[in-house]
Design a protein around this ligand. Sequence first.
Ligand code: SIN
Length: 496
Amino acid sequence: MAVSLRPDHELHDFQVPKALFRQANLINGNWIGVDAGRAIEVSNPATGGLIGLVPETDREGVRAAIEAAHASFRSWRKTLAGERAQLLKRIHASVMQHQEPLARLLTLEQGKPLSEARAEIAYAASYFEWFAEEARRTYGELIPTQRADRRMLVIKEPVGVTATITPWNFPSAMLARKIAPALAAGCTVVSKPAEATPFSALALGAIAQEAGLPPGVWNIVTGVPAEIGSELCGSPLVRKLSFTGSTQTGKLIMRQCSETLKRLSLELGGNAPFVVFESADIDAAVRGAIASKYRNAGQTCVCVNRFLVHDRVHDEFAEKLVHASKALRLGEGLDDQTEVGPLINDDAVAKVMRHVRDACERGGEVACGGELDSRGGTFFLPTVIVGAKPEMVLAQEETFGPVAAIFRFKTETEAVALANDTRSGLAAYFYSRDLSQIWRVAEQIEAGMVGINEAMISSEVIPFGGVKESGFGREGGSRGIDDYMHTKYLCLGGIG
Ligand code: SIN
């Protein structure tokens, strides 16, 4: 069946200009639209309404994108760091200039409240600015020589064609966190955005193109993960792959990339503990808990998954958390009053319900929420469960929804053991005013990132990433560009 789109499709009602709304792949500088019969429908999680269509790219299409990236790498790698920096700065400026329509588009396809979408666009833009600056600092080194007739040095080079596979929960920021360092390093890229939220990625592609990015340097293909993923993983032309998503898919990608021994960055699932010690400032802990737990309706890899609360402060913390959770305004993201939006789809609702049901069957008690809101759809009420236990599913699996499960502990040793009782190790948080305890616990906690008396820890300036089955590689910060460069040793002989 041929799919026809209105050529004047401008999303007028949502204030998203046509130039930013691309229902097409970006391959070698060309926008290639939906073919007959091969399209993916993208809908608004708040209403179920159709937003638009994007191509379901076949293997041939993916190969064309890889070849375009491969061909353009020859010239892009030779551009001066300063030139790449200028271009990234232009992209940063343009993203900020279009912050409002980009945020609206993001909310439309992802569901998060507009205030969070605006923050995500600024967060995405910050990676372009940060890596514009980092592009100029990819220094090598001169090794003190061991022989008078030799000089030994190390230079850094772009790894080559890079593939990025990004999730639906932060479709703009997660992409920018990969694209900006890749381009800054001199790599060319093929990106596969999540099929639920491709339009935010395509809008960034349009902005980069408008800012002067040469054809083929950044290519974007949309479609089903299995086909595109296996092509990207299997291609010998792709030298690096950066993935953010589930641990299960990360393991599959790692297996598929083993044939070509690609460089990998894997930012995978978390199961963040949030420990409230006896000495904690409880009001600050509750504010942190609300901010982290309900960000993006709990659909964030660094969201708290388990609250571990000292016996003596348990009841006060639980009572205040329930009160604050009940006060949150649930609704459509495009309504400026909304604080918590819908879940992405029915599968997400089913998972959250399974976790709540299992917790209740194992002796947990729903203190608030625990079900869909009266408006139905994928609007799940902010939920607090007390009496959580390690044998519950929500203790081991990331719920990825607005469910705050509270566990009780009595000693620091017990708290640390509970916090580390997971195969994941992305983010962890704890609240304490005891300085010795702060050092002890910070050093014992098995996580790549630890928030101490602070629950909003993300930024472009930090090394974002995990340990254990949360993956490896660091994104952002002063190490972020290294993941896109390799080290080359030069030995210069015959020095007279
Ligand atoms: C994530 O959910 O993986 C990222 C969120 C963030 O960068 O804060």
